[in-house]
Design a protein around this ligand. Structure first.
Ligand SMILES: Cc1cc2nc3c(=O)[nH]c(=O)nc-3n(C[C@H](O)[C@H](O)[C@H](O)COP(=O)(O)OP(=O)(O)OC[C@H]3O[C@@H](n4cnc5c(N)ncnc54)[C@H](O)[C@@H]3O)c2cc1C
Length: 381
């Protein structure tokens, strides 16, 4: 296994790192407090190629690979979870679904808009009554001549209110087994009946746009159907495989960012006449954090490397997400402990990292779901 980063990957890492230090870090806390998505950063994200990382150059994208996608998300997350979640979901879910399963006409119509930031992408699988059991979704799409009529409610939709289009998963065969009768559709969010019905107030990743979406008699042409009829659920599982690598990378970045903060604080803060970094109890927390994050990094980039080679990586993506998210949550918690009482205040960034990282154990399949996926693979062999 040889997944060393290329020069192009290193350049990407450095450019995202510089951008985040200069243009995100100074504002991230204010945006988090106000829970306002800073639309003013979208043109710059587009300019940096962060809105079309894996989109071929023919459609205006950066034409890079899954490893690049993970690197970009990791670097964003070191500074800000909301930014990482925005980049991960826009690239991996909505845009990723179009890229992987769209026909040429659909790609030409939507990808350039996604890449330029004219239309951020949303992706709607989850519903109020179905999350982990995604195949139990109840949104329907029924045929009406050459069109489809969509009805239902979607929950936790990232970019659901600010996005220009949303890939919606809907039931197209009531009598088929749950995983067989689901189809994907591209819905322009200006279509009558598409409504961001409720903005959700969150514990972490607060400026990322998360909304409930109502679909009320939404009419879409059959040309907006994405992939084959009744096959959308299988396609969705493939999209989630790549998405899980990005959530694992997000966890890794948040953990690395928290460790950097903890190291700086431990060197600076004194107690009992010396820097707290000299106490073994503090050193062991730092050592454990470094060890866990290095292991997480290997798992994240192993999964990305397999994806880039066109090999199967479902299990490896789940392993990476499970390990990285749980490790990073521990690391952020320990980093807060190292900050003592000051870490508990909103004067320091660490509390935001600790809030943001929790999402990584939940979104795109909870830790329990990742264990189910991994166990299924182990038992199959
Ligand atoms: C900030 C945020 C952004 C999101 N963005 C999107 C998005 O853009 N698009 C989208 O479609 N979805 C999105 N989601 C939804 C996310 O993927 C779901 O929240 C997640 O899959 C869990 O579903 P649930 O919340 O319904 O929890 P549930 O499925 O109700 O799970 C509740 C608990 O039960 C456990 N559980 C469930 N089934 C089992 C089982 N068989 N065995 C053991 N334990 C089980 C779970 O692990 C969990 O601990 C987002 C969520 C959040 C919080």
């Amino acid at each position: 296994m040889d997944f060393k980063f290329s020069e192009q990957h290193e350049l990407l890492r450095q450019s995202v790192r510089d951008y985040c230090a200069r243009e995100i870090r100074p504002h991230a806390r204010d945006w988090d407090e106000s829970e306002r998505f800073p639309l003013e950063i979208v043109p710059r994200l587009a300019e940096l190629g962060l809105l079309g990382i894996r989109v071929p150059e023919a459609y205006g994208g950066a034409g890079m690979d899954v490893t690049a996608y993970a690197i970009a998300v990791e670097e964003c997350a070191k500074v800000d979870g909301s930014l990482a979640l925005t980049i991960a979901s826009h690239n991996g879910l909505g845009t990723g679904h179009l890229l992987t399963f769209g026909n040429e006409e659909q790609k030409r119509r939507y990808l350039p808009r996604a890449v330029s930031g004219e239309a951020l992408a949303a992706w709607a699988l989850t519903e109020p009554g179905s999350g982990s059991d995604a195949a139990a979704l109840r949104t329907t799409a029924r045929r009406d001549g050459g069109d489809w009529i969509l009805d239902g409610t979607k929950m936790f939709i990232t970019q659901g209110s600010i996005g220009g289009f949303c890939v919606v998963l809907a039931r197209t065969a009531a009598d088929a087994p749950p995983q067989r009768g689901i189809t994907a559709f591209i819905v322009d969010t200006s279509t009558p009946g598409y409504r961001a019905s409720k903005k959700l107030k969150k514990y972490g990743c607060r400026w990322s746009d998360t909304v409930e979406v109502t679909l009320d008699n939404v009419r879409v042409s059959d040309t907006e159907r994405l992939g084959d009829i009744d096959q959308g659920f299988l396609d969705t599982m493939r999209i989630l495989d790549t998405g899980r690598i990005s959530i694992a990378a997000m966890a890794l970045g948040l953990g690395r960012g928290a460790l950097d903060m903890a190291v700086a604080y431990a060197k600076e803060r004194a107690a009992f006449g010396r820097p707290i970094a000299e106490f073994q109890a503090m050193q062991w927390m730092l050592a454990d954090a470094k060890t866990q994050l290095d292991a997480a990094e290997l798992l994240v980039y192993r999964a990305a490397w397999l994806a880039d080679r066109g090999e199967r990586y479902t299990q490896e993506a789940s392993i990476a997400k499970l390990f990285a998210s749980e490790a990073a949550t521990r690391v952020c918690n320990d980093a807060m402990q190292i900050h003592g009482g000051y870490g508990f205040t909103r004067e320091f960034e660490i509390e935001k990292h600790l809030r943001d990282v929790k999402l990584c154990e939940i979104g795109e399949g909870t830790s329990q779901v990742q264990r189910m996926v991994i166990a299924k693979h182990i038992l199959r062999t």
